[in-house]
Design a protein around this ligand. Sequence first.
Ligand code: SF4
Length: 237
Amino acid sequence: MAAKAHAILSASSSDRWLHCPPSVRLCETYEDKGSDYAAEGTDAHALGEYKLKTVLGLPADDPTDSLKWYSEEMEDATSGYAEYVLEQVEAAKETCTDPVVLIEQRVDFSRWVEQGFGTADCIIIADGTLRVIDYKHGLGVLVSAKENPQMQCYALGALELFDDIYDIDQVSMTIYQPRRQNVSTYEISKDDLYRWADEVLKPTADLAFAGDGNFLCGEWCSFCKAKNECAPELRQI
Ligand code: SF4
């Protein structure tokens, strides 16, 4: 099948396709309509990026006038995000003279996931730890960082860029979800992350890309385009 411009196996849907690999090719038969929630999240990310760059003293253009979904709540939520990341950078500076900070960094994890790439909101490298921070504007679902495959894919992509350059042995992943007052952090050794990537992520991604594997129903179905028509007899629970 011909490659598409967007990631077929997106990190954001990895919880679904890791549980139900054939959902990837099934979902391709449905139109991608987008949603107001996604558009609001995109606006919030743009504002958060601007604010983070500003508090870190980096040049940035204020996108506020072009944001369709701008609100006071978005203003507060993204200010909190910028302050939170700044605190983490300042904390890193206490033990590391020159921490590396990257904002909206494209990451490529295609070594494990065919055509897999994404954008990490913020990456901090200091003292042997690679840290990935992801802003979630959504209210609907409380997102945990614990064994979160999207975060682990981003961390793998970040390791692809920096593991040869810096001495990294630990990986920390944080979900910052201000509208749910949720800051969730999960740490894993680099070796354990690579083990998961080789033993779980890659073989399952290969199945999903090929359209193979077993259908499996669970809470991940709520984000599946096929959820209203997926044949119930194919579901295993
Ligand atoms: S609805 Fe659930 S079981 Fe059916 S394809 Fe989607 S993720 Fe798989």
